[in-house]
Design a protein. Structure first.
Lengths: 361, 281
C-alpha cells in the first residue's frame, strides 16, 4: 500500500516562495496528474516527492512513512524524466537492471526482471543496444521499463511525453495508461498538456503560481471549473469567456446584447460584474448540433472563420465584441460573413465573478 | 586547374608545412643515432651516413664510451614526480571541476576566474619565491618539493577541463541514479565518472606531459640525482667548453618516447560524444 500525502508543503528558493503550502492526498493505485502552466510549481512538487528537492516546510509521507529527511533511494519510488535520463554508457539491458544491481540482487534475478520489463514494453529486440541507438519512443519505453523493474511504491512521471512527436505522444499515452492498469501502482504524473491530464488521470490537480487551484476527476474539472483559470486551461478549445453585468435577472454583455442567467447559479446581487462562460461543445449552429433537452438561447451571429477538422468544424464568431468559438457537427462548407443561428445550451453555461474569477455555480 | 592538380598542390603544401613542424623532432631523433662529429660537420650532412645505437649505449653506461650521467635515476625521478603529481592533480582537479559544474556556492565565479588567472603567471616568475620557501622547509632537492609545485601548476587546468566535461553530463542522470538506489557517491562513480572519463583522461595526459616536460622550475628546485628530472638532466651534457649533442639527442629521444607511448595508449579513451543519446537527441 502506498498512499502519498502532502501536508502544507512549501518550497522556497532563497527568499522566493515557489510552492505555497500544498495539501494533497493521493490514494493507493491512484493516477494523479499535476497540471498547470510552466512555472506553476508542479515539477518542483514532484521533485519534492522524489526527494530531489528539499522541502522547506510541511510534510510528505509515502505509505505510513514521513519521507522529508529520506534520500531518494530510501523512498522506494521510480521516476521517468522528461529527457529520459537513460545511462548512455550502458545497454538497454544494463539500464533496466541497474537499480537491482545497485541493490545487490543476484544476476539471475536481475536478468529475469529486465526480461520481464522488456516483455511488458516490447523491448526484447533492443536489449543489447545503447540508448544512442534507439528512437525517441524506444528510449521512452526503456525509461518506463527502468521504472517498473523495481516494483516501486510510487511512479513519478515528469512530463515524460513532451519530447515526442504528436503521433508518438498519443501512442505512448495509451501505453502509460495500460501500464498503470497492468502494474497497478500509485502514479504522480506532471504535465502542462491538459489533454494528457484529461486522458490519463483518475484525478487532476490543477496548479497555478505554486497553489492548487482545483482537484477533481477529469469530468469534474471540465464541467465544474472553480474559476476562470481552470475554465480556460482545461478543455480544447478553451472555454469562451464574455464579460458582462447583472441587470434585471439577465447578463448585460459589455459589448452589447444580453444572455439569461444560466440555471443552477446562485444569483449574484444586481449590478455585479460577471463573466459568462460556455464551451464550444455547447454552442452549435442549429441543425448541426446535438438535440438539446434543456433550455437554450438562440443567437444569430456572423461567422468570422471556419476551421474544418473532418468530423466537425470549429466556428469562430464574435459575441458582444469578443471572439468566441463554436462547434459544428456534420459540417458543411461555410463562407466567412455567413450568418448562422447558434443554440447555446444554458444549463451547461457558467457564470464567474469578474473580480475574483471564482465560479458562481 | 584540374581536380588532380589541385590535390597535388594541396599535398605539396601539406608536406612543406609538416616538414617545418616535424623537422626539429626528426633532427633530434636522427642526431640520437649519429656520432657527434657527424652532427657538427659543416656544411651539414643531411643524409646520415653512420647510424648506430652507440649514443644510447654510452648514456646507459654500456660499451666503451661511458658518459657519467645517471640517466636511470633521472628517468625514475621523472616518472615518480610526473605520475604522482598527475594523480594528485587529477583527483583534486576532478573534485573541483565537479563542484564547479554541479553546485552553486558564493564566490563561485570569482574562484573560477582566479584559478584561470593563476595560469597567466609564468612559472619561472615563481621560481625565486618558491626557492626561498622550499629552502626554509627543506623541500629543495626533494621529489616531494617538485611534486607539490607540479600539482599546483596542474590543478587549475584540470579543474577547467573536467568542469566542462561534467557540465555536459546531464544532471538528470545523477538524479536518476539516485532514484535507482545509488548514494550520491555511487551515482558519481557509476554514472557521471564513466561519462566524463574522456575528459578526465585528457586532463591526465595534459597534466602528465606538463610535469614530464617541465624544465624551468625543476632546474631551480633540484640539485642531485635525488630529484633531478630528465629535462634538467639534459644540461649534464653541457660541459664548460663542449656540448655532447649526440648524447643529448639520445636522451631527448628517451624523454619523448614515454610521452608518445602514453598519448597513444590513452588516445583511444578520448572518444568524445559518449554522453550523447542518454538524453533526448
Amino acid at each position: 500500500m502506498a498512499e502519498v500525502s502532502l501536508r502544507n508543503v512549501v518550497k522556497r528558493y532563497g527568499g522566493h516562495k515557489v510552492v505555497h503550502g500544498i495539501d494533497l492526498d493521493i490514494a493507493h493505485n491512484e493516477f494523479v496528474v499535476l497540471v498547470g502552466p510552466s512555472g506553476c510549481g508542479k515539477s518542483t512538487t514532484l521533485r519534492m516527492i522524489a526527494g530531489l528537492e528539499e522541502i522547506s516546510e510541511g510534510e510528505i509521507s509515502i505509505g505510513d512513512r514521513v519521507v522529508n529527511r529520506l534520500a531518494p533511494r530510501q523512498r522506494n519510488i521510480s521516476m521517468v524524466f522528461q529527457n529520459y535520463a537513460l545511462y548512455p554508457h550502458m545497454t538497454v539491458r544494463e539500464n533496466l537492471g541497474f537499480s537491482l544491481k545497485i541493490a545487490g540482487k543476484p544476476p539471475a534475478e536481475i536478468e529475469a526482471a529486465a526480461d520481464e520489463a522488456a516483455r511488458i514494453l516490447g523491448l526484447q529486440p533492443y536489449m543489447d543496444r545503447t540508448p544512442g541507438e534507439l528512437s525517441g519512443g524506444q528510449r521512452q519505453r526503456v525509461a518506463m521499463g527502468r521504472a517498473i523493474v523495481r516494483h516501486p511504491d510510487v511512479f513519478l512521471f515528469d512530463e515524460p511525453l513532451s519530447n515526442l512527436d504528436a503521433k508518438l505522444r498519443t501512442q505512448m499515452r495509451v501505453e502509460i495508461k495500460k501500464l498503470h492498469r497492468q502494474v497497478g501502482t500509485t502514479v504522480v504524473y506532471v504535465t502542462h498538456d491538459q489533454v494528457e491530464a484529461m486522458t490519463l488521470a483518475d484525478r487532476i490537480v490543477i496548479m497555478k503560481d505554486g497553489h492548487i487551484v482545483q482537484t477533481g476527476t477529469p469530468l469534474e474539472v471540465f464541467e465544474r471549473p472553480v474559476n476562470t483559470f481552470v475554465a480556460s486551461f482545461i478543455g480544447s478549445p478553451p472555454m469562451n469567456l464574455v464579460k458582462g453585468e447583472l441587470r434585471g435577472g439577465v447578463v448585460e454583455l459589455a459589448g452589447g446584447g444580453q444572455l439569461p442567467v444560466p440555471p443552477g447559479i446562485q444569483t449574484p446581487p444586481e449590478g455585479a460584474r460577471v463573466i459568462f462562460g460556455f464551451r464550444a461543445d455547447n454552442f452549435m449552429p442549429v441543425g448541426h448540433g446535438l438535440a438539446e433537452t434543456g433550455p437554450v438561447a438562440l443567437l444569430e451571429l456572423p461567422v468570422t472563420l471556419a476551421e474544418p477538422l473532418g468530423a466537425e468544424s470549429l466556428i469562430l464568431t464574435e459575441l458582444a465584441g469578443v471572439e468566441v468559438q463554436g462547434k459544428m457537427l456534420n459540417p458543411r462548407p461555410i463562407q466567412p460573413g455567413e450568418v448562422l443561428s447558434f443554440q447555446l445550451s444554458l444549463d451547461r453555461c457558467h457564470l464567474f465573478d469578474a473580480d475574483t474569477g471564482k465560479s458562481l455555480r | 586547374m584540374s581536380r588532380r592538380q589541385k590535390d597535388i598542390l594541396i599535398w605539396i603544401g601539406t608536406f612543406l608545412v609538416m616538414l617545418v613542424i616535424c623537422m626539429p623532432g626528426l633532427w633530434v631523433v636522427l642526431s640520437a643515432f649519429r656520432p657527434n662529429g657527424e652532427i657538427l660537420t659543416k656544411p651539414a650532412v643531411w643524409i646520415p651516413r653512420d647510424l648506430s645505437w652507440d649514443n644510447f649505449r654510452a648514456i646507459f653506461g654500456f660499451g666503451d664510451a661511458v658518459v657519467a650521467i645517471p640517466v636511470g635515476s633521472y628517468f625514475l625521478n621523472s616518472l615518480i614526480i610526473s605520475v604522482t603529481s598527475t594523480v594528485v592533480a587529477v583527483v583534486i582537479g576532478m573534485s573541483g571541476g565537479y563542484a564547479f559544474a554541479r553546485y552553486r556556492f558564493p564566490g563561485k565565479g570569482a574562484a573560477f576566474l582566479w584559478l584561470m588567472l593563476s595560469r597567466c603567471v609564468p612559472g619561472i616568475a615563481l621560481s625565486l619565491p618558491l626557492f626561498i620557501m622550499w629552502s626554509w622547509t627543506g623541500l629543495i632537492d626533494t621529489k616531494l618539493g617538485v611534486i607539490i609545485v607540479y600539482t599546483a601548476i596542474n590543478v587549475p587546468f584540470t579543474v577547467w577541463l573536467t568542469e566542462g566535461f561534467f557540465r555536459q553530463v546531464p544532471r538528470d542522470l545523477s538524479e536518476a541514479a539516485q532514484i535507482d538506489g545509488c548514494t550520491p557517491w555511487q551515482a558519481f562513480w557509476k554514472v557521471e565518472f564513466p561519462l566524463a572519463k574522456s575528459g578526465i583522461a585528457s586532463a591526465a595526459i595534459f597534466a602528465f606531459l606538463t610535469s614530464w616536460n617541465e624544465y624551468a622550475l625543476a632546474s631551480q628546485l633540484t640539485r642531485s640525482t635525488d630529484s633531478k628530472t630528465l629535462p634538467v638532466g639534459l644540461m649534464d651534457f653541457t660541459a664548460q667548453f663542449t656540448i655532447d649533442w649526440a648524447g643529448m639527442s639520445a636522451m631527448a629521444v628517451i624523454i619523448i618516447i614515454p610521452a608518445l607511448v602514453l598519448t597513444f595508449l590513452v588516445q583511444k579513451h578520448l572518444i568524445a560524444g559518449l554522453t550523447f543519446g542518454g538524453v533526448k537527441g
